[in-house]
Design a protein around this ligand. Structure first.
Ligand SMILES: *Cc1c(COP(=O)(O)O)cnc(C)c1O
Length: 456
């Protein structure tokens, strides 16, 4: 992988260091180490300005589905740009936005009938929260203004999404700006917040939810959560049946269930949407990341007809949902999203994910043998490998060692780009990855974990 840096690369690197401000990144480090600059993509590979190829092991931050430069997706954008790139959805419509909405509803969990577009996962969640609150208010229950959210939750970076967020590292600094939320434990069995044993606990972590709902359901607008896997929290995989129990409780108390499928949606957990696995139908559902195959920013908040009709009335009743973004329903992004959904059928993508699932199951046993691998969590291709200083006591590595970061930097030397969550090594390749490419990815990550955790 070590090729000479070209003149272009060093010029770009200097300009990056001078002008860019990266998300979630301590920029003093970027100022010291020249950034890796991606110029092209091809299938599951990212190619830098010096021509080095890397497997995109986290699908460009969990977005890419069918690989980079997929001919169908590229063509969908070309075809649409020859018609129009953007026109507003405020009071007008456009062809791809309509077709995509129809397609999304045809594959969405039963009961979801309406599509409200925006451009990121954060806005999709933000919209769901505002819809839930306004819906109740207009149904004569304005006191339903509190949301219940999980510990360790991540729902995006706008202030509403941060309010329901529960990752102190990201969110605690902003507390004075946020609205209060009822917090329930995350069903994280490796580090159970209640100190219980998952084989005998009977999901005791649901008791706080039950108690809040019994005490004050009439003040609750909704429960917000990621179904099956809390991604950014460190790929916390929930015990089977947890989501179903949450749905039963919310239904019993007349509280809305808002599912954030921004990370889990579009095949990543093995089914098109994660909630299908527990036969759960949410009242509101947020989609983004994989919706456009990872090509363009587009998001959607799906709602039931019941919620939607709560906003109907005469103009002067002002029941309108006064919310929208300039690029809501962008035709280019919608066009590539339609193609993304079509490719799922054309290329039998969910069948292929079953093969990936089996291969990962086989191969990850080797990882589990490594002395510093504390826990491996996975649903479909969403995988977290938690590294610990001591396996017996589950003691983490000292933060300043940045073991997760060391592993991903080592993986680059093996031709793989991944991004950790603390000391959890995350794998989430594009669904299009072949079994051979998956093996190459796993080999590189295995070697990198061994190298980093064995050195003193
Ligand atoms: C990434 C993510 C978001 C935020 O999406 P953005 O497009 O980055 O705003 C929200 N929820 C979940 C579960 C996510 O993984």
């Amino acid at each position: 992988m070590a090729s000479e840096k070209s003149g272009t690369t060093s010029n770009l690197a200097r300009a990056a260091q001078k002008y860019l401000w990266y998300p979630f990144t301590q920029m003093s480090e970027v100022e010291q180490t020249p950034p890796l600059i991606i110029e092209r993509g091809e299938g599951v590979y990212l190619i830098d300005t010096d021509g080095n190829r890397y497997i995109d092991g986290v699908s460009s931050l969990w977005t890419n589905v069918h690989g980079h430069r997929h001919p169908r997706l590229d063509q969908a954008i070309r075809d649409q740009v020859d018609r129009i790139a953007h026109s507003t959805l405020l009071g007008l419509s456009n062809v791809p936005a309509i077709r995509l909405a129809e397609k999304l509803i045809s594959i969405a969990p039963e009961g979801l009938t309406r599509v409200f577009y925006s451009d990121s996962g954060s806005t999709a969640v933000e919209i769901a929260l505002k819809m839930a609150y306004q819906y109740h208010a207009q149904a004569g229950q304005p006191e339903r203004s509190t949301f219940i959210a999980l510990e360790n939750a991540y729902h995006g970076d706008t202030l509403g999404s941060v309010s329901v967020g529960g990752i102190d590292l990201f969110h605690a600094k902003f507390r004075p700006l946020l609205f209060p939320v009822e917090r329930i434990p995350s069903p994280h069995c490796y580090r159970c917040p209640l100190g219980r044993d998952p084989s005998t606990c009977n999901m005791a972590c649901l008791a706080p939810l039950e108690r809040i709902l019994e005490e004050k359901a009439e003040k609750i607008a909704g429960v917000v959560m990621e179904p099956l896997v809390q991604g950014a929290a460190g790929m916390l995989v929930h015990p089977r049946g947890y989501l179903k129990r949450v749905r039963e409780l919310t239904e019993k108390h007349g509280v809305l269930l808002i599912l954030d499928e921004v990370a889990t949606g579009f095949g990543k957990t093995g089914t098109m949407f994660a909630c299908e696995q527990e036969d759960v139908r949410p009242d509101l559902m947020a989609l983004a990341k994989g919706l456009s195959g990872g090509y363009l920013p587009i998001a959607a908040t799906l709602a039931t007809e019941e919620i939607y009709s709560g906003f109907l009335g005469r103009y002067e009743d002002f029941r309108t949902f006064f919310h929208g973004h300039t690029f809501t329903g962008n035709p280019l992004a919608a066009a590539v999203a339609i193609a993304t959904l079509e490719v799922f059928g054309e290329e039998h993508v969910l069948e292929h994910v079953k093969e990936l699932d089996r291969r990962m199951e086989e191969r990850l046993h080797e990882f589990a043998e490594l002395p510093h691998v504390g826990n491996i969590r996975r649903r479909g291709i969403m995988t977290g490998i938690e590294l610990v200083a001591d396996r017996e006591s589950k003691e983490p590595y000292p933060v300043e060692m940045r073991v997760g970061h060391q592993v991903i930097m080592e993986a680059r030397r093996h031709g793989v780009i991944i991004r950790p969550l603390g000391d959890v090594v995350v794998l989430m390749p594009p669904l299009a990855i072949s079994l051979d490419e998956l093996d190459t990815l796993l080999d590189a990550v295995y070697e990198s974990i061994v190298t980093v955790t064995q050195k003193k």
